[in-house]
Design a protein around this ligand. Sequence first.
Ligand SMILES: NC(=O)c1ccc[n+]([C@@H]2O[C@H](COP(=O)([O-])OP(=O)(O)OC[C@H]3O[C@@H](n4cnc5c(N)ncnc54)[C@H](O)[C@@H]3O)[C@@H](O)[C@H]2O)c1
Ligand SMILES: [Zn+2]
Length: 352
Amino acid sequence: VETTVRVELGERSYDVAVVRGGGPERVAALVRGLAPSGVVVVTDATVARLHGEAMLAAIRAAGRLPAQVVVVPGESSKSVGGVERVWRGLLAAGLDRQGLVVAHGGGVVGDLAGFAAATWLRGVRVVHAPTTLLSMVDSAVGGKTGIDLDGKNLVGAFHQPSGVVADLAWLETLDPGELRAGLGEVWKTAILAGGEPFERLERGGRDDLLPVVLDCVRHKAAVVTRDERDEGERASLNLGHTLGHALEVMLGLRHGEAVALGIAFVVRLAVGIGRLDATVAERILSVGRGLDLPLALPRRVGLGELRPLLRRDKKALAGEVRWILPTGLGSWTQAPVPEPAIEAALTDIAPG
Ligand SMILES: NC(=O)c1ccc[n+]([C@@H]2O[C@H](COP(=O)([O-])OP(=O)(O)OC[C@H]3O[C@@H](n4cnc5c(N)ncnc54)[C@H](O)[C@@H]3O)[C@@H](O)[C@H]2O)c1
Ligand SMILES: [Zn+2]
């Protein structure tokens, strides 16, 4: 199996390696090749406890003395306070412009450390070592970095990594709920990619994660190559995210679970306005059920309480929400949708 995917971006191209075990050594080899003046590993307390020593030891064995910055686990670290903590860690380590940041953790650590690297001395290199399924299939690839400020991801920068190493062995310590949430992004990607990635899940192929992660990384890499700065096609990766983000805030759901609900919703929405064939919709929903994703709301949610949250969506142009809608396997469109159709689709995903 080919386990490396190249993200083609001219002089900013890089490889994403997906491996089963030996992740720290792969990162260390990458570090050696990049020959930085210094290395700072940014991680969170949970990942540091479980996998931090192996990472530091491998980098040391490669002849570098890494510093380590440990942040509090969870979204609250994607904040001005969190990024200040990382910047101060880089300062204390004396990281200069030839230095390297290694982001070892989930999407929070990746977005935070990536943003700190993008801004430190106007930009130093970063290597992503994602440790959650979500970060492996989504956030570690593509160079979006940032922090929250009231709204999610309101402050950020595009900053492509110099390399990515995803070791599936790291997932063995992940909470099953977090793994399932990551499957929400896997489902999203399979719908957008269509073809073999979708059929692999349809065949029940989720248990062997290596090809599944590779499918997702390949699709994301292709989209990012064609639209690095999110001016067109990259918007498709927000499938399920408009409602998903609102539900995440409103109901306190995990990102990936909220996205799954958001996908179930836009599938109904697309059928409702005649853009998606009902048979294809059923195939899509049945793959979601096969991944044990939540496809019904925990409680009834009305458009009235959603409206202010939807308007806050970064992608809402001048207050008009433009929904990403699946129009088939591997195809999508973006369009505003009349409110009665939204009401109807909300009823479709209401609890029992
Ligand atoms: N930049 C992008 O393109 C992009 C794309 C999608 C999502 N995101 C962002 O990603 C973030 C969510 O990422 P996430 O779901 O990985 O959350 P996370 O980083 O908070 O990780 C979830 C939890 O799992 C723990 N954890 C991580 N790896 C572990 C491991 N191997 N074993 C045990 N515990 C582990 C963490 O400590 C944390 O408590 C959000 O902030 C979202 O905005 C960014
Ligand atoms: Zn997402």
